[in-house]
Each structure stands twice: as structure tokens, then as C-alpha cells.
Design a protein around this ligand. Structure first.
Ligand code: GCB
Ligand code: CA
Length: 860
């Protein structure tokens, strides 16, 4: 076993001596940490893929150590040797043969270490990499709504070069900077910058050559310079050229050129590097919106986090790529890499697919007033810009997100401290703005703000070229229509500001279904309602540059307690990248090719009251009119804003419905069961009710459907008395706490408080009645800071006691949920009862108000 841990990594001979050799160094690293036993792992690797979803905020943040021993051949003494990291979170320290080579701070940009001096050619060499993801007040992000997964989570490369080579230690940028300072339909001006290093002990006469290839791979132009380098010297070498009639890069034709740089010394080719690039120009007009290559282009797309179900942030390139392909297939033309620079594969993909990119560094929520914090922030921006400089997809560099949100929610700060914090933040923003423009005057600078006046009063919003607003009206704050009002008001007050909607969206859990959506019900229907309204409000306003949904996919956030704990569920897709219905809605709004989609992927069981009640079906399409066909009947409906609604009665049973337009069709099976008749179904089906809500819930494990609640009527079933429980006034229903002891949080989060009875007009027989409860009250001090509405008042400590009787017989006396089971914990009690007809479960309060989250009736 032991020798396995010291697998020799033998590099025999280099393919062609004297040229750059690039090979991945991902496999079989020996890994340990304070809490992890020694194990062999492969990079990309994170040690938080599991615990961030199990232990919440307690996920391990500390130091992990990666080790490997490998043999370096004798020939390497004539080379320079580098380790290139694409990303490692967040302080990375490299030791070669126990000699400390260097340290890198910041978890989201690449970096390179020159290990030549520490290596022993012709011998075994030990590499040790220490990675630390502890909270560090000097490194952004200090705090954010996502997980800071630790580890070497992007590819690691071993690179050797001859002694005369293109520089790569500096910024890890590849060091071939390609600028396109002036572009038009007629000409494309090119400026190319390289840096050559002579790390030999002799002076060198070199020839540096640039070959430019068109999008078809045809050589267009060769440029050449002779450069003399002294021993140990590094020199910048610039080239310029203007191309005629460039093929412009755009979403509809993402044309990519390529430049190849080579350096030869004494007639021998020493080093070659290359990069793709593109020609396009753009502007952000505060009145008319965004323009690409002189034509208006409304930017519509999403934000994207880099984590994935079961993998944390350690994704193979293929999964990064697939995400962006799905964004493009959705019809989007825009992506914000919120909240940090992403894998190099991401930018390559966006170039190829024609997606426009806002890329940003993770300066989020708060800043530290320290020189070190400033320094790391600026270095991050520098690395981001230089590393992704050549990508035509990138149009905006971002450097801050909601930087005052901590300040706004901190009631312990004095006025003086507030002023200082504002000043620190504004000063940092000024420095970041200046650096951004110095490095890249041809792109737009941008920052994202939350809905608060402080960004205006502090004047921080005056700094960047573009302002992104993260707006959550209809979710954290009331009223979908307030979104447009806010935009109009800002536009009127600041007519010279180019405005973008950098985030919007509600939480949506595919287990929650309804046709009657309300804020905070976490239903897919409410997600559709909000996105539809926001898209309309943006399209009505030319001055808005564009919009990016929050978020492309659900993502991990350890402090969150939504319908699913530790996950932010605002995704258009789930964390495993299965699509929510809303994804197809965007297709219907954005794609030009014909789209038809019968919604209700996760809403295939329907429970009407009776046979005459109409059932609602939703079809997404970009056709003017669509047909819904079932049981040989055809129904037609007009499409408005991508949606055709159908209301049709269907008999009990399983029905195949097909939505059609032109040659396109989309089918789905729906099962219809009458609620009135559910009692008569009891012989074979249990009756399950999600008490305290209009939402129907599906348990993904048992596949049981808990139907929405209803008031009792004679001959049927339902509740008597009480009210829908509301944790806070502005959330329509329930609590968003992580209910312990269950995976079915939404079922327990919603409940009826003060309920008097639950009645079923059943036949004579033996039954099992199962009651579901959870005490929702705890100390209100831990509120979600992203909720901009008022923090709820702490309710009277949640002490309650009630008696339960069934058909007049007391079955449980003095049930006190907090005492008997604990707070925020699922409790389930089943009673076996007999009746000669009818079942009535009564609740009698001793102290506080009774509660009920769910009820299940089974005939035995
Ligand atoms: C925001 C933040 C983002 C959060 C999002 C939310 O404004 O910028 O990081 O995840 O809201 O879901 O609350
Ligand atoms: Ca419930």
C-alpha cells in the first residue's frame, strides 16, 4: 500500500528537445488535511464536495496538502520548468524538494511558478502543495452567497521551455496580448505584444515571428523582428498590422482568427505560443442600449456559478463547456461569470459559441480596510484581465458586487465607522476602475449593486462605464411591477448611466407545483411568473442594455435554508443540470427556430375537485398559435409572450397530451385524479395532504404526491379553522428553515396554525392517520441577509401545547413540539383507528396555537 502512495511519476524523454512541452499533472496526488486521512486523489479536486451539503456552514475550511514524487530526467538541466495552476482556492504555497518556491493568493485566477532552480535533474523530486481555504480578511471574497470550496480544483500543468522562450511566469497570461483598438467593417487594427526571456548565460540573437491566420486557418500575414537579448534579459516585442475587411465576431457568426508567435535563436525554433482572437466593436448607450458592430443587441442571458451536483467546484472541462452550450441553446447571447473568473475552458467556449461575457473578480459584500486586501483585489483584477485578454467574447470587466450589503445590514456600526467603510470601498473602487482602464481601455468596466440608495449617495455608482442592478422585486421585496418603476426612476435621475440588470429571479423547487403561484411558494409556476414579467419589463425599455437571470443553475450556499437546505434554488436548471420548465420558456422567448414545449415536466399528476373542473396546461412556443390534442380532441390557443394557456376538462385516468405547431410537436402524459373521489380511492391509494399551502408537493423518493390543502366540505375532506402559518409578514406562507430529520422540507415548512380539526367523510373501517408537524419558531437572529425585507419579529418563543383527539377520543395529550421533538425538527405520528363512518381529528389548545404540516390517511 505504502509504495502506492509514492507512485513514481516518471517523465522519460521530451518529445522534441528544444521546444515547449506542456503536460497535465493531474493524476494520483497524495492528499491529506487535518480532517482527511491520507488518500490518493486526482485534480481537479476539492475537499468540500460533500461536507458543504452535509454540514452547512461548518464545512471544512483549513489547510490541505498535496504531495507527489517524480523523477526528472537529466536532459531537463537545459530547460526551464514551470508549474501552471488554472485555479486553486485560495492560498497556494508550493514547495519543491522542501524548498519554498512561492505563494499565490486568491482562488479564481491562474498562476505560474518557475521551479527550475529548485529541481534536481537526474533524480527524484518532491513536490508539496499546501492549499488553504480558511477565511482570510485580506483576500476577497470575505463573504458571499456561495461556497468557498477548498483545493486544487482546476487543471495543473507542467511546462518546460528552452532557455530562450516567451515569458510565462508573469500573470500566467500566456504572454501574447492581442489588442484590436480600432475595428470597423472595412479594417481591423491589430497590436500584438510578446515578451521574450533569455534565461541562458549567453547573449542571444533571436528572430521573433508572428503568423496571422484567418477563421478558415489560412495564413494571412507574417510579421518578423530580430531581437538581441543579453544574458538574463527579458524584452517586450511589439507588432502592429491592419487587416482589410475583417470577418467580424458576433453571436450569429463567432469568427475566430489565430495568431502564432515563435522565437528562434541561431536558426533553431525555440518556443511557440498561439492564441485565438476576434474583431468586433461595441458600445453601451445610456439611452439606446447596447450595440455590437454598430447594431443594437439586447443582451439576454444568465449568471453562472462553477459548481455542480456532487462535485463541488472540481469539474472536468467538459462540464464547464456543456453549461455554456446549454446557455446558448436556451437562446441566450450573454453570460456573467458571477462572481469570479472561471475556468479557461469557459472563455474558449464563449468565444466559439458567440456568447458575450461579463467577467468579474470576487470583491463581494464587504471590504477590509487593509493594504493587503487592496493589493490582492488589484492583483486579481490584473490577473483576470491579462489572462482572458484575447477573448472576443469578453465585453465587460467587473470588479465589485453589492459591496455595501454588509454595511447596510450591520446595525452595530457607529456613524463614524460607516463613513470609514464607505470611504474604503469607494477608494478601492477608484483604484480598480483605474487599473481596469489602464490595462484595457477598449472594454467596459462594470459593477453590480443591490437595491439601495447608498450606491448613489456614496457616488460609487459614478465610477464604472456600466451599472448592473441586482433586483429582486417580487421576491425579497414586494411587487413585480416595482422592477420597471425602479428602472425608470434611476434612468430619469441618472440619464447618463448605462444600466444593466445583472441579477433577478426567485427560488424554485421542482417538487413544488401549483397553478396559482405566490411569492415564496418556491413553485416553478412562480418562477415562470416572475421571469415572464421581468423579460417584458426589460424589452419595453430600450435604455436597459440587457438582463442576466440569477442563476443559470442551482448552486451550493452553505448558510442557506430555502426549500432545500444549503442550496440556492434560483437556477433555471437544477444542480445536476436537469432543466426546470423555465429553461424552455426562455427558448420560446429567445430562439428564432420553431419552439414548442408542453410545460409540466414535474407536474404530471393533477387533482381537480371533480370532472367538470377544468385543468390548466401551459405550452411554451414562439408560434402565434398552438394546438393541444388529447383523446382525439383538438384545442387551439393563441400564444402571448411565449405562453399558450389551455383549460380543459379531462376524465380520471392517464392522458397523453400533445402540443403542436407546424411540424413541431411535444407530448407528455398526465395522470388525472379527482379530489372529491380521492376518498373512494382509499382502497388502493392513500390520501396525502400538504397542509397549510396551495402548493402540491412530490416526494422524490417515495414518489408520493401531497396535494394542496382545502377547507372541509360535507361529503369530502379538509381543514376546519386556523390560518396559513407565515414566518414573516411579507412571505406569503411557511418558513424557509432547514427542517431537521427530513428531506421533505417544503412539506414541513408550510403549516396551518390554530387549526381546529381535519375531517374526512370516510366509510366504515380501519385506518391509519399520520400527522406531520414541525415547530417553526427559533431565535430570529439568524436571518438571511439577502432578504431585503424587514427581519421578522421573534414570535413568542414557540412554546405551545395541544391535545389531539380522533372521533372524540383523546389520542395524544399535551403535545409540545419544541419539548417533545425539538425545534425546527420534523415529527410524524401515526394512529391506528376504527370508525363506523367519518374521521375527525381535533386539536385543542392548552398553550399557544396548534399546528399541522401534513396529514396522510391510509385504509388498512
Ligand atoms: C444577490 C447576490 C448573489 C446572491 C443572490 C441571491 O444579490 O449578488 O450572490 O446569490 O442575490 O440569491 O440572494
Ligand atoms: Ca405542509
Amino acid at each position: 500500500m505504502r509504495e502506492l502512495l509514492f507512485i513514481l511519476f516518471i517523465i522519460t524523454s521530451l518529445t522534441s528537445f528544444g521546444q515547449r512541452n506542456i503536460q497535465s499533472l493531474n493524476s494520483a496526488w497524495e492528499f491529506t488535511s487535518e480532517v482527511h486521512p491520507e488518500q490518493l486523489v486526482n485534480i481537479p479536486h476539492t475537499w468540500n464536495a460533500g461536507d458543504a451539503f452535509r454540514d452547512g456552514k461548518e464545512y471544512f475550511r483549513g489547510k490541505g496538502v498535496y504531495k507527489k514524487t517524480f523523477f526528472v530526467s537529466e536532459e531537463w538541466k537545459d530547460n526551464r520548468v514551470f508549474l501552471k495552476f488554472e485555479g486553486s482556492n485560495q492560498i497556494t504555497t508550493l514547495f519543491v524538494n522542501d524548498q519554498r518556491v512561492g505563494e499565490h493568493r486568491g482562488g479564481y485566477t491562474g498562476f505560474v511558478f518557475d521551479i527550475s532552480e529548485a529541481l534536481k535533474p537526474g533524480d527524484e523530486n518532491r513536490i508539496r502543495i499546501e492549499v488553504d481555504n480558511s477565511h482570510n480578511p485580506d483576500i476577497p471574497p470575505l463573504d458571499a452567497d456561495f461556497n468557498f470550496y477548498g483545493g486544487i480544483y482546476r487543471d495543473l500543468w507542467l511546462i518546460t521551455t528552452p532557455k530562450v522562450h516567451f515569458e510565462l511566469a508573469n500573470e500566467a497570461a500566456g504572454n501574447l496580448l492581442i489588442r484590436t483598438p480600432e475595428v470597423s467593417e472595412a479594417t481591423g487594427k491589430l497590436e500584438i505584444e510578446t515578451k521574450i526571456v533569455n534565461s541562458s548565460t549567453e547573449n542571444k540573437k533571436t528572430e521573433v515571428k508572428i503568423d496571422i491566420f484567418d477563421p478558415d486557418g489560412k495564413l494571412l500575414k507574417s510579421l518578423q523582428k530580430n531581437v538581441h537579448l543579453k544574458a538574463g534579459e527579458t524584452k517586450k516585442v511589439d507588432f502592429a498590422h491592419t487587416l482589410k475587411d475583417p470577418e467580424l465576431w458576433s453571436p450569429s457568426s463567432p469568427e475566430l482568427y489565430r495568431a502564432e508567435a515563435s522565437v528562434s535563436a541561431e536558426g533553431m525554433k525555440n518556443d511557440i505560443i498561439d492564441s485565438k482572437f476576434g474583431f468586433r466593436w461595441f458600445e453601451a448607450d445610456p439611452e439606446k442600449g447596447f450595440f455590437l458592430n454598430g447594431k443594437p443587441l439586447k443582451l439576454i442571458g444568465a449568471n453562472r456559478h462553477q459548481d455542480f451536483e456532487n462535485l463541488g467546484n472540481a469539474l472536468p472541462d467538459k462540464l464547464h463547456r456543456r453549461d455554456y452550450e446549454m446557455i446558448r441553446e436556451m437562446g441566450a447571447n450573454f453570460i456573467r461569470t458571477a462572481h469570479y473568473p472561471q475556468d479557461p475552458e469557459v472563455y474558449r467556449t464563449c468565444d466559439e459559441l458567440g456568447l458575450l461575457v461579463w467577467s468579474e473578480i470576487p470583491v463581494i459584500n464587504d471590504v477590509t480596510d487593509s493594504e493587503a486586501y487592496y493589493e490582492v483585489s488589484l492583483k486579481m483584477q490584473r490577473e483576470q484581465i491579462l489572462q482572458f485578454f484575447n477573448h472576443p467574447s469578453v465585453v465587460m470587466w467587473g470588479y465589485m458586487n453589492e459591496i455595501f450589503i454588509r454595511l447596510v445590514f450591520n446595525d452595530k456600526m457607529t456613524e463614524e465607522e460607516r463613513k470609514e467603510k464607505i470611504q474604503t470601498s469607494v477608494e478601492l473602487a477608484e483604484k480598480l476602475e483605474k487599473l481596469t482602464k489602464d490595462l484595457d481601455p477598449h472594454r467596459l468596466s462594470v459593477m453590480a449593486l443591490h437595491e439601495n440608495e447608498i450606491y448613489n449617495t456614496s457616488k460609487i455608482a459614478e465610477l464604472p462605464d456600466v451599472i448592473g442592478w441586482n433586483l429582486y422585486m417580487g421576491w425579497y421585496g414586494p411587487g413585480l411591477e416595482n422592477f420597471g418603476k425602479f428602472l425608470d426612476e434611476q434612468h430619469e435621475r441618472y440619464p447618463n448611466r448605462a444600466l444593466f440588470i445583472s441579477e433577478y429571479g426567485p427560488g424554485a423547487d421542482v417538487r413544488n407545483q401549483t397553478n396559482d403561484p405566490k411569492p415564496w411558494d418556491y413553485s416553478e409556476a412562480y418562477q415562470l411568473k416572475l421571469h415572464r414579467s421581468y423579460i417584458n419589463q426589460v424589452l419595453e425599455r430600450d435604455f436597459v442594455l440587457g438582463m442576466a437571470a440569477w442563476n443559470f443553475a442551482d448552486f451550493g450556499s452553505s448558510f442557506r435554508q430555502d426549500a432545500m437546505p444549503y442550496i440556492n434554488q434560483k437556477g433555471l436548471l437544477n444542480m445536476d443540470r436537469t432543466k426546470k420548465d423555465i429553461y424552455y420558456y426562455y427558448q420560446a422567448r429567445l430562439l428564432e427556430e420553431p419552439v414548442i414545449y408542453l410545460a409540466g415536466k414535474n407536474f404530471t399528476e393533477r387533482y381537480p375537485e371533480n370532472g367538470s373542473e377544468k385543468l390548466q396546461f401551459t405550452v411554451f412556443s414562439n408560434a402565434p398559435e398552438v394546438i393541444l390534442e388529447t383523446n382525439g380532441q383538438q384545442y387551439t390557443s393563441k400564444v402571448e409572450e411565449g405562453i399558450a394557456l389551455f383549460e380543459i376538462p379531462l376524465p380520471e385516468g392517464i392522458h397523453r397530451l400533445t402540443a403542436k405547431t407546424g411540424k413541431q410537436n411535444y407530448s407528455r402524459e398526465f395522470e388525472v385524479k379527482y379530489r372529491e373521489n380521492l376518498l373512494s380511492h382509499l382502497e388502493k391509494d392513500d390520501l396525502l395532504i400538504n397542509v397549510g399551502t396551495h402548493v402540491q408537493y412530490k416526494d422524490p423518493v417515495t414518489k408520493e404526491v401531497w396535494i394542496s390543502d382545502r377547507e372541509y366540505r360535507e361529503g369530502s375532506f379538509g381543514f376546519v379553522g386556523g390560518e396559513i402559518y407565515q414566518k414573516s409578514k411579507d412571505k406569503f406562507q411557511g418558513t424557509a428553515s432547514d427542517i431537521q430529520g427530513t428531506e421533505n422540507d417544503p412539506l414541513f415548512q408550510t403549516m396551518r396554525e390554530g387549526i381546529e380539526a381535519y375531517k374526512f367523510d370516510v366509510k366504515k373501517g380501519k385506518y391509519r392517520v399520520t400527522l406531520l408537524f414541525a415547530e417553526p419558531e427559533y431565535s430570529a437572529s439568524e436571518e438571511n441577509i439577502y432578504n431585503l425585507s424587514e427581519v421578522s419579529e421573534e414570535k413568542a418563543a414557540g412554546i405551545r401545547s395541544f391535545d389531539i383527539s380522533i372521533n372524540g377520543e383523546t389520542v395524544r395529550k399535551d403535545l409540545n413540539l419544541a419539548r417533545d421533538y425539538g425545534r425546527i425538527r420534523a415529527a410524524e405520528i401515526s394512529f391506528i383507528v376504527r370508525t363506523d363512518g367519518g374521521l375527525e381529528v381535533d386539536f385543542a389548545n392548552n398553550l399557544g396555537k396548534s399546528l399541522l404540516s401534513g396529514i396522510k390517511l391510509a385504509k388498512l
